[in-house]
Design a protein around this ligand. Sequence first.
Ligand code: ADP
Ligand code: ZN
Length: 225
Amino acid sequence: MIRIVLLGPPGSGKGTQASALGRRRSIPHIASGDLLRANVREGTELGRRARPYMDRGELVPDELILDMMSERLSQPDAQEGYVLDGFPRTVAQAEALDARLREIGRELDAVVYLRVPEEEIQRRLAGRRTCAACYAVYHVDTMPSEKEDVCDKCSGDLIRRDDEAPEVIHTRLEVYEEQTRPLLDFYRRQELLREIDGTIGVDNVVREIERLVGAAHAAAQEQKA
Ligand code: ADP
Ligand code: ZN
């Protein structure tokens, strides 16, 4: 049983690492961005309200996110732990998550921060392509599809997400600096923060996270015993 938050700027590879880690630990990978995009696709009320913020690269208001996440975290598969990706993203969201965990007598095991230099982020985000049909993610330099603009898995069209236009990327990075970076101190104060170099490759990052999280987990168990 393990509860982890992955933190990092857009383009830090949170999604890829979180999903790999979730698979290895057999715990759900819960990505707020994926949940929001599913709502947008399905045309729900939440999706309709969230979309304009997402398209501009701004944060969706806390109350919408908190309702959505609270619903997701109460599902049966999340009772045995999870990897959170994209949530919390503001101090208010982190405080709400803390309150909820306290209520049910549980705690986070670790908050893993993926550190990636700014110019690397720019490069990664600008080259990202997503399959319009199955949502597989590619990168024109580092993870290209076999045929340009065609998905290897389902032959769908590879597209740029609306929020990956250059000016929107700029906004997303600014929003991260202003609203999400303060979470690093928030979790540092709780002694939950663990930093990882996000440029060492997916397999290495996953191994490193497992090592850090395993150690944090063991320490927590010891304290309880
Ligand atoms: P990335 O981390 O690559 O920027 P995500 O897929 O995590 O992208 O999120 C996409 C968009 O969804 C964000 O730009 C934001 O508008 C919205 N979003 C996702 N998670 C949150 C959150 N926790 N709080 C507010 N908005 C969010
Ligand atoms: Zn596809």
